[in-house]
Design a protein around this ligand. Sequence first.
Ligand code: KET
Length: 448
Amino acid sequence: MRHEFTSSSSPADRRLNALIRHLATASIQSGTAVAFSPTSSFHGDSIFSHVVLAPEDPILGVTVAYNKDPSPVKLNLGVGAYRTEEGKPLVLNVVRKAEQMLLNDRARVKEYLPIVGIADFNKLSAKLILGADSPAIQENRVTTVQCLSGTGSLRVGAEFMARHYHQKTIYIPQPTWGNHPKIFTLAGLSVKTYRYYDPTTRGLNFQGLLEDLGSAPSGSIVLLHACAHNPTGVDPTLQQWEQIRQLMRSKALLPFFDSAYQGFASGSLDQDAQSVRMFVADSGECFVAQSYAKNMGLYGERVGALSVVCKTADVASRIESQLKLVIRPMFSNPPIHGASIVATILKDSNMFREWTIELKAMADRIISMRKQLFDALRTRGTPGDWSHIIKQIGMFTFTGLNSKQVEFMTREYNIYMTSDGRISMAGLSSKTVSHLADAIHAAVTRMP
Ligand code: KET
C-alpha cells in the first residue's frame, strides 16, 4: 500500500503529476504567473483595485448610520429587533436561566454537532411550528435540520430545491423582506413576484395575489410569510389562507413558509402557526424555515431550523440525507450554544410557560406602541388616515411615508428607518413616541 502510494507510477502520483503539469501550463498560458512577480504585487496597483465599494445593506446599514450619529435624541427604528421601554436590548429571563443551567452542567462539551444539529432541538422545533399533535410528526414524515437562524434555513432549503426540485422558479410577495430575492437567486432559483400589498387600502391585494398565483406555472415554489408579514404587517385572514391553500394545492404549487415571527403577531405561538398547520393538515408537502431570533431574542446566536414535511417517512429520510450534503460544504455543522438554550426551554414545561409569558409581554408592548403612536398623530391632527398603524400586526408598521419623507426625518429628527417607510414598532417606547409623532407630522405637512 505504502509502496504503491510513493511509487512514481501509482495512480495517485500520476494524478498529482498531471495536476502540477496542468497548473504550470495554465498559469503560463493565461499569464497569471505575472501576478506573483514581486514588482507587480509590491509596487503596482492592487490586484483587487477593480473591486468597487458596495453599498450598505438596506436594513442592517440603517444601524451602521445610526451608530455614527452623536445626537442624544437619535432613534433606531430600522432593524426588527426588540427593545425595552428603556430602549435597551432584552435578554429574556428564561434564556438567562437556561444559559445558567447549561453553564452549570459540567458534562457539557464543545464537540462538533452532527451535520443536522441537535436532535432534541430539531424535534421540538418541528413540534413548535406544526403542533404537538401533528400527524405528520407522528408518522415520521417530517425531517428537520438545525440551521443558522431564519436566513440560513431559507438558504439551505433553497439550495436543496435548486438541486432536487423540478421547478426552479420561486414566487415571493411584492413587497417582501429585502434579503429574500438575494437568498433565492444566489441559491440558483429564479425569482418572480406575486402581488401582495395594495398601497391605496394599505391592506392585502387578495385579488391580485390569487390571480398571480393562479397564473404561476404548475409546480412553482411560493414563499409565504407564516405570520406578521415583513415589511407590510398585513396578513391574510384564516378564510383567505384557506383559499390560498386550495388554489396552491390545485396547481401543485409548493409552499415554502418563512416563520420568523411566531408569537409576535398575536402573542400566541399556536395562533401564529395556523397558516402553516393548515397546509400540513391536508397531507401535502411543504418547507418551513424557522427563526428564534425574534421570539426568543436570540438574534446573534443564529438559531433556526428547516423542516420539510413529506408524503412518506421514506422520502423524508432521503431528503435529510441530501440536506446533509448541502450543509456539510456550506458550514459543516451548526453551533451548539443557541440551539441548546432553545432545546432547554422547549423541553421543560415550566420554562416553556415562562417563555410564552415573556413573549406575550413583548407582543403586547408592541401593540401598545401602535395605539400610542396612532393617538399621538391624532392629537397632532396629522393629515391622513393612520388607522393602518393599529390594524397592521407584528414588529413593523408600513407607514406609507415615502423615501423623501424618511430622509427628512433622519436629517431633521435623527430617526433612522428603512427608506420604504417601514418602522420597527419594537424599537419604540412611551418616551420616544412623541418625538416620532412630531417627525411624522413635520414630514407629512412639510413634504406632502
Ligand atoms: N425572514 C424574515 C421575514 C425576516 O424579517 C427576517 C429578519 C429573517 C427571515 C431572518 O432573520 P434571522 O436573523 O436570519 O433569523 N428580519 C430583520 C432583520 C434582518 O433584516 O436581518 C429585519 O427585517 O429587520
